[in-house]
Design a protein around this ligand. Structure first.
Ligand code: NAD
Length: 455
């Protein structure tokens, strides 16, 4: 890792300065493509977190009283500096979590810039005061916000929280993922260079049970925003409850993609194969025309073809799938695939390597298992978070709805149909789960996927 300022890796950004931690704990950041440490970060403790929260609390009154125009100008400066560090951010994300360089440069790093620009625009258009009958409603910043983020789209998750907080006039403490923390350090360097006032943004690295839990429980934090696993999200909400904080959560998703029988299933599956790895395609089982292969068979064949042709390898070599982020995650994916193989035969696909590790990294060829009828099995319900697709067949649309809604991961839902009325009718029947977190962001709204592109 040579793109950030190396000496900042073992410091925290508190009150506008890079400070030495009070804790002496450290953690190696592993490049999953080589399984070698690329940096060592400091892991904070309660005292480190207390300093950061105190800085955010002290900075709040003056930052809250800045004008929207001043904060818009500040976002403008952050955008300018962010643009100069895009290459560093992409390279760092690729190194620490294994995203292929193409994805890191074209999507991961720009996602942060996209949030900054969209937030600035929203801020410029925002009405801060509203008349409701005889009442004047004034929008005010909430206060000190605590942010906890995961490793998969690290900049996306971080900037989606930090940019709106700056726009609103909140101050904040970020605890990024300890698995991919280096991009967050560069982002802190960006905010520093852009002139974000001292104490407005603070960063403390650490693990979930120590810094994450302490942030969630801290009495001087007014709101928590968490993205990550449902397991940790529940712990954050529990820790936040005694101090009655607001909690926004964006948790696990394994959403159904119901493919209706009026589409060209091969085109839909071919098009969606990449995005489908955190979806459950639900496909019509019936034969559309006598003699033709069933939609399910067609979907399977296309998915197998795409899966086997996706180049997997070193993330800098123009591949589409890099290594799995960590050995822990790799083992989890392997165990779930093995469980699937034990229960059903893989369909038309190379058997996954039992000991699938290559000599120098944690690589996982895209996999897809045969459709299965039974539900309530781990393969369907576990959030695999790896390149594995589980495809399910339905006979009637009622059954498709039942399968789609039979999940605890109802983050969103997709319908692929040529007929828009049918698509909407089906989309309306897809439920959200974990209602408390479902309404938090527009990304979680029920979405209908139109098929103009493939008709
Ligand atoms: P994770 O929940 O283990 O970790 C996410 C963050 O939570 C990390 O910063 C971690 O340190 C922190 N954390 C862990 N335990 C905590 C605790 N007790 N208190 C406070 N913070 C704690 O998830 P991960 O492995 O980093 O990411 C993968 C998971 O995140 C997947 O399960 C996926 O479903 C979910 N995810 C969801 C979205 C989304 O947009 N909804 C996006 C990315 C990831």
């Amino acid at each position: 890792w040579q793109t950030g300022r190396m000496d900042n890796a073992q410091k925290f950004y508190i009150n506008g300065a890079w400070v030495a931690p009070q804790s002496s704990e450290t953690l190696d950041v592993i490049n999953p493509a080589t399984e070698e440490a690329i940096a060592t970060i400091a892991l904070g403790n309660q005292a480190d977190l207390d300093s950061a929260v105190a800085a955010a609390k002290a900075a709040f009154p003056s930052f809250a009283s800045t004008t929207p125009e001043e904060r818009s100008e500040l976002l403008g400066k952050i955008i300018e500096v962010y643009k100069t560090r895009m290459g560093d951010l992409a390279k760092t994300v690729s190194q620490e979590m294994g995203a292929p360089m193409g994805l890191a440069s074209a999507a991961q790093a720009p996602s942060g810039l996209g949030h900054l620009m969209a937030t600035k625009k929203a801020l410029d258009e925002m009405e801060w005061q509203e008349e409701l009958g005889s009442t004047t409603v004034v929008y005010e910043p909430i206060g000190v916000c605590g942010f906890i983020t995961p490793w998969n789209w690290p900049l996306n998750q971080i900037v989606a929280k930090v940019a709106p907080a700056i726009a609103a006039g909140c101050t904040m403490v970020l605890k990024p993922s300890e698995v991919a923390p280096l991009n967050a350090l560069i982002f802190a360097e960006i905010l520093d260079e852009a002139g974000v006032p001292a104490g407005v943004f603070n960063l403390v690295n650490g693990d979930g049970p120590t810094v994450g839990a302490a942030l969630s429980a801290h009495p001087d934090v007014d709101m928590m925003s968490f993205t990550g696993s449902t397991r940790a999200g529940v712990l954050v909400a529990e820790a936040a409850a005694p101090t009655v904080k607001r909690v926004a959560q964006e948790l696990g998703g394994k959403s159904a993609n119901v493919i209706l029988d009026d589409v060209n299933v091969a085109e839909v599956v071919g098009r969606d194969m990449f995005g489908m790895h955190e979806q459950r395609p639900v496909v019509q089982r019936r034969q559309p025309d006598a003699g033709a292969s069933s939609m399910m068979e067609e979907a399977m064949a296309v998915a197998a073809g795409v899966a086997n042709s996706i180049p997997v390898g070193q993330p800098d070599a123009g591949v589409a799938i890099g290594p799995v982020v960590s050995e822990l995650q790799y083992n989890k994916i392997q165990a779930l695939i093995q469980k699937g193989i034990d229960e059903v035969q893989p369909y038309g696909l190379k058997r996954p390597r039992q000991a699938g590790r290559t000599r120098d990294g944690l690589f996982r060829q895209a996999n897809r298992l045969r459709e299965r009828h039974q539900r309530h099995d781990d393969h369907l319900h576990a959030k695999i978070f790896g390149p594995v697709i589980t495809m399910l067949g339905y006979d009637t649309e009622d059954e498709a709805v039942e399968i789609a809604n039979d999940t605890v991961y109802g983050l969103s839902g997709y319908v692929s149909a040529a007929d828009q009325n049918r698509a909407i009718a089906m989309a309306r029947r897809l439920l959200h789960r974990h209602g408390a977190h479902q309404r938090r962001s527009s990304r979680q709204q029920r979405s209908v996927r139109w098929l103009q592109a493939v008709r």
